[in-house]
Design a protein around this ligand. Structure first.
Ligand SMILES: Nc1ncnc2c1ncn2[C@@H]1O[C@H](COP(=O)(O)OP(=O)(O)OP(=O)(O)O)[C@@H](O)[C@H]1O
Ligand SMILES: [Mg+2]
Length: 253
């Protein structure tokens, strides 16, 4: 049997060649990294949870007309996606101050921002994904003015969808990061949401207690990361509380 071709192995996921042209298989690993991979660990069950949660969010987005790369889930750790030309930017939307914006601007974590703020970081691990302005993005040709407008519109729609969804289960969407890619349809290009949407890429705080239910649990050593992600999945009805591991085969008489 031919071994399938690995396209790219990143810190949290592996991309394999898909069954048809224009598709990839995205495999979710259990590896967790933070602070530009200075801190790393293997968190059992994280990949399974992120695969399911990203499927859940992207299916919902597809249904409300926000295009994503998600096609279908294949198994516990893999999903079929459309291959895109990734725009080399991390698009961040912030509703409340936390993380780097708190440090940069001296804002206390949790401060409500006057409106959702969209930021762009240039995807370059060696440089530590630096914050860049629209001027940089256009001048260096990473995206066009039209792309910028489309990216902001997409990011704000994802924000409204995700904020509402989370609010419904008692969770505050503090901020999140998405990646966006280009697909070609005949002579036309379109931007769609790619990569993943999961507690690895969002800040999620319990509305009542302020408890963190996202990757900050790992970054800041606040407890068990799988428990936090399982709680998000449980509240959303995505998977039962104990389903993070493969069920053992059972004997059928
Ligand atoms: N639909 C897609 N088509 C092509 N590439 C994609 C798609 N979705 C995600 N990617 C890319 O696949 C990789 C996913 O792997 P992972 O998130 O582990 O990478 P990473 O270690 O974060 O590194 P980096 O994002 O800096 O490349 C990322 O490079 C991401 O940009
Ligand atoms: Mg990544």
């Amino acid at each position: 049997m031919a071994r399938r071709k690995k396209i790219y192995e990143g810190k949290a996921k592996i991309l394999y060649e898909g069954p048809e042209p224009g598709t990839f298989v995205q495999y979710f690993k259990d590896d967790a990294t933070a602070y530009n991979a200075e801190k790393r660990d293997v968190i059992e069950g994280k990949g399974v949870l992120n695969n399911r949660l990203s499927e859940f969010f992207m299916t919902g987005l597809n249904h409300i007309g926000v295009p994503t790369h998600f096609l279908k889930r294949i198994n516990m750790r893999e999903q079929l996606i459309r291959s895109v030309e990734i725009i080399p930017l991390e698009v961040i939307v912030r509703n409340f101050a936390a993380g780097t914006i708190s440090k940069r601007l001296g804002l206390e974590e949790g401060t409500a921002l006057p409106r959702p703020i969209v930021e762009f970081c240039y995807k370059d691990d060696a440089l530590g994904d630096p914050l860049v302005s629209e001027e940089h993005i256009i001048a260096f040709g990473w995206a066009s003015q039209q792309d910028m407008d489309d990216m902001v519109a997409l990011a704000l729609r994802v924000n409204d969808y995700m904020s509402g969804l989370m609010y419904g289960v008692g969770i505050k969407l503090v901020d999140f990061k998405i990646e966006i890619g280009r697909v070609w349809e005949g002579d036309y290009q379109r931007l769609i949401i790619a990569d993943e949407i999961s507690p690895d890429s969002c800040r999620l705080w319990d509305i009542e207690t302020g408890q963190k239910l996202d990757k900050d649990v790992f970054r800041r050593d606040l407890g068990n990361l799988t428990d936090a992600y399982t709680e998000v999945a449980r509240r959303l009805g995505v998977m039962p509380a104990n389903a993070t591991h493969m069920p053992k085969p059972t004997l059928i008489n």
